[in-house]
Design a protein around this ligand. Structure first.
Ligand SMILES: [Zn+2]
Length: 289
């Protein structure tokens, strides 16, 4: 099932501490711990606080408490992203000429894309405006990575064969923004490489990011990318993603309303469509609804 290595592999649970844990996180957690327990993997907890503006220490502490309550204990903990600035800077230097300063705002990018007459896609595509502008690196923190046109193929362990062309999806990748914050894509790829993560288990909302992460990893010298499994995403009845402000799905709210940890896990297993065989091997008998 899922074509995972038989033993000795590493995966991660990597929440951003920008809010309290909710059912959407637990869906990811039951997939991560479920597959790791069933198929002999190690779970690394990584607090992804690369967004220094929205991350808060109290959320990081709360998510550990909530995971403990759920009985989801990580085998290891990785350094927080906010502690890894020097490492990210070193990797940026290694990329050398592939990286260039960019002074575009979202607005100027949209205007440039409009002038090119490119149909609007699902995400912002960067047209390479600053590639040859020779901007003085001292004038901005923002850096982009040249992504040559390349079709990236990979096998998602649940969804099957995938093909993505990052140069067409998003264009040159933002590595660091104008305020000096490292981008999610960059930090995650460096972390996964440094921490020996060889199985990435996450929601389908990140499927479109996978090709660019594989392409970036190859530029950093990682030619054997992790295996990827993208699981169903929990949506609200109106089709919106669950977010931290949705009080009805917060783990603390459910706990206060009398839910047991087992009931929360059971609900996450059901919503996330984790196979019964994996759930029972990993979590034992869970309550029926
Ligand atoms: Zn630019």
């Amino acid at each position: 099932m899922f074509d995972l290595p038989s033993d000795g592999w590493r995966t991660r649970f990597a929440p951003a501490p920008t809010g309290y844990l909710h059912l959407g996180h637990v869906v990811n957690a039951v997939w991560v711990w479920g597959l790791a327990r069933r198929f002999g993997g190690t779970v690394v907890l990584r607090v992804e606080d690369h967004d220094l503006v929205r991350s808060r220490g109290e959320y990081a502490a709360a998510l550990r408490e909530d995971l403990d309550w759920l009985g989801l204990v990580a085998d290891e903990e990785a350094p927080r992203q906010s502690e890894r600035g020097e490492r990210y800077s070193a990797v940026l230097r290694e990329l050398g000429e592939l990286v260039y300063p960019c002074t575009c705002s979202r607005k100027t990018i949209r205007a440039a894309v409009e002038r090119l007459g490119r149909p609007e896609g699902d995400e912002v595509w960067y047209p390479g405006t600053c590639r040859e502008r020779g901007i003085d690196p001292a004038t901005t923190h923002a850096r982009r990575l040249r992504l040559e046109r390349e079709e990236i193929r990979f096998t998602d362990r649940r969804l099957g064969e995938q093909a993505q062309t990052p140069a067409e999806q998003c264009g040159d990748l933002l590595v660091r923004d104008r305020d000096g914050h490292w981008s999610y894509q960059f930090a995650v790829v460096v972390d996964d490489m440094d921490q020996g993560i060889d199985v990435v288990i996450r929601g389908e909302d990140l499927l479109a990011s996978t090709g660019r992460q594989i392409q970036l990893a190859a530029l950093l010298g990682r030619h054997e990318p992790p295996r990827f499994l993208h699981h169903p995403l929990v949506l609200r009845p109106d089709g919106e993603k669950l977010s931290k402000s949705n009080r009805d799905t917060g783990i603390r709210e459910l706990r206060a309303a009398g839910w047991s940890a087992e009931r929360v896990l059971a609900e996450a297993v059901r919503l996330g469509e984790l196979p019964e065989e994996v759930a029972s091997a990993a979590f034992g008998k869970l309550p029926e609804r």
